[in-house]
Ligand binder design. Structure first.
Ligand code: DX5
Ligand code: ZN
Length: 215
């Protein structure tokens, strides 16, 4: 499976969001990762549909919308309208995950589930076949620039064998604390998509950093 990078705009300069999106368009980033936070599920508020609409206006890459919000089903139509291509929801907030994933897919979008660091991958066994993506949080969600949680490697490997056992082509995404030092180890462990925010936007040359993440 080809290695992918999904650069996260959370660490971009929001006063120049259009410029950041254009940089990602020119870069080797495969997706543009968009972090929506509600201040309830996570202790931070980022932005919502109106901002995503402006990101879409400039974006030439698929928008990977990571919903860190409670009751996400209420907003799928809205996020489709403003340009989401992939929507991922947190396992921890979905009482009816089967219905939720179908809801996203019925809108013609790719659907994924995100697991917090404390949520075991085995809980996905009977829902994996509906996941285009499983995103493993390698930090506690809510903020960029946090330290990578090492237990994630073990979770990637376990998830990879579950995917192979079931003969699926579900992508494994890893989100949080990804940088040029751990990227190759993460791909080796079985990750397909690496989300990188601060590693990209705090670097002197975001385009070059993305290139290095993919090497
Ligand atoms: C954190 C977000 C991440 C964030 C990652 O809750 O889900 O996507 O942007 O930031 P870094 O790469 O700086 O850890
Ligand atoms: Zn994210």
């Amino acid at each position: 499976m080809a290695k992918k990078v999904a650069a996260s705009l959370l660490s971009a300069d929001f006063s120049e969001l259009g410029k950041a999106v254009r940089v990602l368009n020119e870069s080797e980033s495969d997706w543009i990762h968009v972090d929506v936070m509600d201040g309830v599920f996570v202790p931070n508020i980022s932005f919502g549909q109106p901002v995503v609409k402006y990101i879409k206006k400039y974006a030439k890459k698929p928008l990977d919308v990571h919903l860190m919000i409670i009751d996400p089903d209420r907003y799928f139509e809205d996020f489709k309208k403003v340009g989401a291509d992939i929507i991922t929801v947190h396992y921890e907030v979905c009482n009816h995950l089967h219905r939720t994933l179908f809801h996203i897919k019925d809108l013609g979008l790719k659907a994924g589930v995100v697991l917090n660091p404390h949520t075991p991958v085995c809980l996905l066994k009977d829902i994996l076949c509906l996941c285009d993506v499983v995103c493993l949080m390698s930090v506690n969600p809510g903020f960029g620039g946090q330290k990578f949680i090492e237990n994630t490697y073990h979770k990637i490997k376990e998830l990879k064998s579950m995917i192979e056992e079931q003969g699926l082509d579900t992508l494994i995404e890893v989100d949080g604390g990804v940088n040029t030092e751990n990227a190759s180890l993460l791909y080796e462990a079985g990750a397909d998509v690496l989300v990188a925010g601060s590693a990209v936007f705090a670097s002197e040359n975001p385009m070059k950093t993305i290139e290095e993440l993919k090497k």
